[in-house]
Structures are given as C-alpha cells and as structure tokens.
Write a protein that binds this ligand. Structure first.
Ligand SMILES: [Mg+2]
Length: 457
C-alpha cells in the first residue's frame, strides 16, 4: 500500500524525523513548515493523509485543520494532529476542528504506522467512491454532498457492547441527548443486534471476562451488513498491543479508560460524520449506476443496458444450445398521438404501454425502451413459436383496452406492431437476429399495423 503523506511542522528537524520513518515504509512524503503552505499543497496535490503539528506560529494546527475540513475540496483528507502535550483538552479542540486522529510527541513508531495505514485504507475507499460518483455524473460531487450536511444534526444510533454495569451506566450518562444508545452485555447477542439494526457506530469494551473482543471486531468486519459500521474500542491502560491489533483488523478508533466525556462525544461525532459522508457517496454511486441503465420515463431498462447485456444473453444461449428470441415493438402512429394530445399525453401512453408490457413478460425477460416509441424484449429459453404467442398477447392487450389520458377520463385507442426473431441454429449473430426482427416489424407496419410478424427459424 503506497500513499502520499504530507508532514507539517514548523521545525525542520521534526519534519525530517517523520519523513525518514515514513520513507522507510515506502510512503511518498511531502513536507511543509507552515499552515498556508500545507493548505496549498492539499489543494493542489494528491495528499492521502496529513500529519499536522499543533504548535506552529501564526497559523496553528487547529486553524489549518479547521480550514482543510471546511473546504469541500480537502475535507475528505484525513488529518492526524501531532501534539507535544498529551492533553485531553488539546485532543478535544482538535477533534472539534475536524481532526481524524492524534499522535503524541515523541511519536511511537508502531502507532504512527498503524494509524497512517488505517487512515490510508479509509481514504482509498472514499477516493474510490468519489471517483465512481464523479465520473458518471456531471453534477459536482462536492455540491451533491454539501446539500446533505444538515443531516449531521440528527442523533446517531449507537450500540454499546459492554458487560460491566458501572461502565455502561457511566457511558449512558455521558451520551444522554447525544446518541440514541442501545446496550447489550452479551457479545454474541451484540453481534446479531449489530447485523440486524443499522447503527452508525458500535462501541466495544475490551473488558470481557470470557470473550475476546477482537473476535467480535473481526466478525463485524467480515459481515457485509456491518463491514462499514465504525467501531470504537473502549480499552484499558496498558492494552496498546491489543489496540494495534484491533486497528489492523479494521477498528476505526479507540478510547482509553477512564473515559473523558468530551473526548468520547468528539470521537463519536467524527466517526458518525465520516460514515454519513461515505454512505452518501455510496448512495450517490448506486443512484448514478441505476440512472445510467434505466429509462427515466418508463422505469424499464434503457438502450445502453440492452447493448451491454444482449450479447451476453445471446452467447449464453448459443453455448447452452438453448433457444432465445427477441421482439421489437413499435407503437402505431405515435406521432399523431403526440400531435393530438401533446407530449404529456404521449408520455402517458408510453408509461402505460411499458406497464402492460412488463405485465406480460417474465422476470427473466429483458424489457427495454429502445428509444422513442420503440421497445425491445429479449426472451431467454424461448423459441420462436412461444415468442410469437407472447407478442400476440401483448398486441391484443394493447388494442383491447383504450388508454386513459389526462385527469378527465379521456381515452384513446392505441395499437402496436411487433417483429419477432430468434437465434438460428448454425451461424448467427446478435446484429443479424436484430436485423431480422427489424425486418419483421417493417412487414407488420407495411401489412397494415396492429399485428405480429415472426421471422422465426
Ligand atoms: Mg511546532
């Protein structure tokens, strides 16, 4: 795993110290000795993680962090604050400025590497999502996300898995009004509960009498439904090794007991914010993919989807020596419907046609709007004779019941012409099969419309 790390410290010797250690782990290292330079580097370059000194003249680390996190172009870059003082108040100030993590000087090597690697992993997930979302949609992803920033205010749903009653009571008190908290003392029950409910964070205590808390972390990470839920480990002093193993397993953060209320709420807020950001990205990617293959008017698949799937269905049929048929339907005299009832009327007809079409094909059939008033249905495991019957059923269903238009109960007669073709034994291609269906459709039109013509083998 290679990544570009920006080291920011006003003392060049400190910069050099971290640089050497990161280079030894094959990270690429950029450096800056003041806040404005650091911000400029983040804006220009592909920075994966920022290691940021807190104490700097003029613009201190909190200020730099706040600026990076408030700019949508840099807000997704993880920031690790490096502080000389292991002061809870400093950490809380940093988390409030949006920092993702902390390291205390002198920086422990193992902690440095584990933290950096864990953040790089998280960053590459976010990058992947950002890339997918932005390459398929022209609207700026930042703008899309900033619209939903209000969601930060809603109370997060959190699960606490902890068998010590006194600890549970303390945490419940700390998070009152700050989280919608569920509690379980049984780690096995906790696992199922986490899988069944969509929590925005799971907090796991390390203090179980007869259970390895890291097993629970690894189970949560391997299950699809809980793979992305943030995990915060509540650890005891002296459990550094366990924490490091936890970070390697994919826990997102940890807190040392005795737990400080401000630190707990700040770290929880950071995790929830990051999860919501990634959830939004993921939803936007899914929506983009759906939009790319769906016809907006009818909800059927679009031509792009057909083009990418027809060849696969065709090849599969040929390889398995199974029949495959295709029908092309075209609404008769659609232009005159548009002329008489406007485009809204035309759209209503297309939607209703799509509804009737869908009703008459099977789930495994691929129904698409090919363009305009033309629709295509691909029917796997269907020979020409059966396909012709299906086409006839659709034709009759369209012709028999007039289409309602507008709110005033007006109806119009609609008919459809259909061309059917099937895969030929011997040499055949998708293009040739589609050509035959097209030819059949042409014959149906020239033969008087409202009819099915089959070019079956
Ligand atoms: Mg300094």
């Amino acid at each position: 795993m290679t990544a570009r790390i920006l080291v920011v410290d006003d003392i060049p010797a400190n910069v050099r110290l971290l640089e050497v250690r990161l280079l030894a782990e094959y990270f690429e290292v950029l450096t800056a000795t003041n806040g404005p330079d650091a911000i400029e580097t983040c804006e220009n370059g592909k920075v994966d993680v920022v290691l940021l000194d807190v104490m700097m003249p003029d613009m201190d680390g909190f200020d730099v962090c706040r600026r990076l996190k408030s700019d949508p172009a840099t807000s997704h870059i993880p920031v690790v604050m490096i502080t000389a003082l292991d002061q809870v108040s400093d950490r809380v100030r940093g988390l409030e400025a949006g920092a993702d993590d902390f390291l205390t000087k002198p920086v422990n090597d193992l902690q440095l590497m584990t933290r950096v690697k864990s953040l790089v992993r998280l960053k590459s997930l976010t990058d992947e999502l950002r890339l997918r979302a932005s390459t398929t949609r022209n609207i700026g992803i930042e703008e899309l996300l900033s619209r939903n920033f209000a969601s930060e205010d809603t109370t997060p749903k959190v699960l606490l898995i902890d068998e010590r009653k006194s600890s549970v009571e303390r945490i419940e008190k700390m998070l009152r009004d700050r989280a919608d908290l569920d509690v379980t003392s049984d780690p096995h029950a906790g696992f199922f509960q986490a899988a069944e409910t969509s929590y925005e964070c799971v907090m796991i205590s390390t203090a179980f009498a007869n259970f390895d808390p890291l097993r629970l972390c690894s189970q949560l990470r391997s299950l699809d439904r809980t793979r992305f839920v943030p995990i915060i480990l509540l650890a005891e002093e002296g459990e550094e090794e366990r924490i490091i193993r936890g970070l390697e397993l994919g826990i997102n953060d940890y807190l040392m007991r005795p737990i400080d209320q401000q630190e707990l709420t700040a770290r929880l807020r950071t995790q929830v914010r990051r999860k919501r950001y990634n959830d939004q990205l993921r939803a936007s990617v899914t929506q983009t993919i759906e939009m790319a293959v769906t016809d907006g008017l009818t909800g059927l698949h679009n031509r792009r989807y057909l083009d990418s799937h027809l060849q696969t269905l065709f090849d599969r049929a040929v390889a398995r020596r199974r029949p495959l048929s295709v029908m092309i339907t075209d609404l008769d005299r659609f232009k005159s419907i548009n002329d008489a009832h406007g485009h809204d009327g035309g759209d209503e007809v297309l939607r209703e046609f799509a509804r009737r079409l869908r009703k008459n094909v099977r789930g495994i059939d691929l129904a698409c709007r090919f363009g305009g008033e033309e629709f295509v249905v691909v029917m796997p495991d269907t020979d020409g004779a059966v396909a012709e019957k299906v086409a006839e059923r659709i034709r009759a269903e369209i012709a028999q019941k007039p289409f309602a238009i507008g709110a005033d109960g007006k109806t119009i007669e609609v008919t459809v012409s259909v061309g059917v073709s099937s895969v030929l034994k011997g040499v055949d291609t998708v293009a040739a099969m589609m050509k035959r269906a097209d030819l059949a459709l042409y014959e149906a039109k020239s033969g008087g419309r409202n009819r099915v013509v089959a070019k079956a083998a």
